[in-house]
Design a binder for this molecule. Structure first.
Ligand SMILES: [Zn+2]
Length: 122
């Protein structure tokens, strides 16, 4: 005897079903990617969250200037070695200007990120 699934009380389908649905509905190569067996988090509503990776491009150097990783030491100009002035940006980057008037080099400083996630293998 088969028992009808109670679909009122939350996720009714198998993890595998949600994983396949997520990949076929939302997957876009290079934009929204899934691990081979993505995590599934059952919801209180009918359905489930499926873990995905979304791609984010680096900023365009034409817009922000060249990008340099900021170190522990006070930042100096990559061109001439002089000290720089900078503004903190909302996105956790710094817009630097070389204080050497003969140089005036502008660049974007980004903080090094130690907890790099493994790239998605597809
Ligand atoms: Zn400079």
């Amino acid at each position: 005897m088969t028992t009808p699934i109670d679909t009122e009380g939350g996720s009714a389908m198998s993890d595998r079903w949600y994983q396949q649905q997520a990949k076929s509905i939302h997957g876009r190569d290079g934009a929204i990617e899934f691990d081979d067996v993505p995590l599934v988090s059952a919801g209180g509503d009918r359905g489930a969250y499926v873990q995905a990776w979304v791609w984010v491009d680096d900023p365009d150097p034409d817009d922000v200037g060249p990008i340099f990783i900021l170190g522990e030491e006070p930042t100096t100009c990559p061109q001439c070695g002089s000290r720089t002035d900078f503004d903190e940006n909302d996105d956790d980057t710094q817009s630097h200007r070389c204080l050497n008037r003969d140089c005036g080099f502008d660049f974007l400083g980004v903080f090094d990120d130690d907890d790099d996630a493994e790239p998605v293998a597809t």
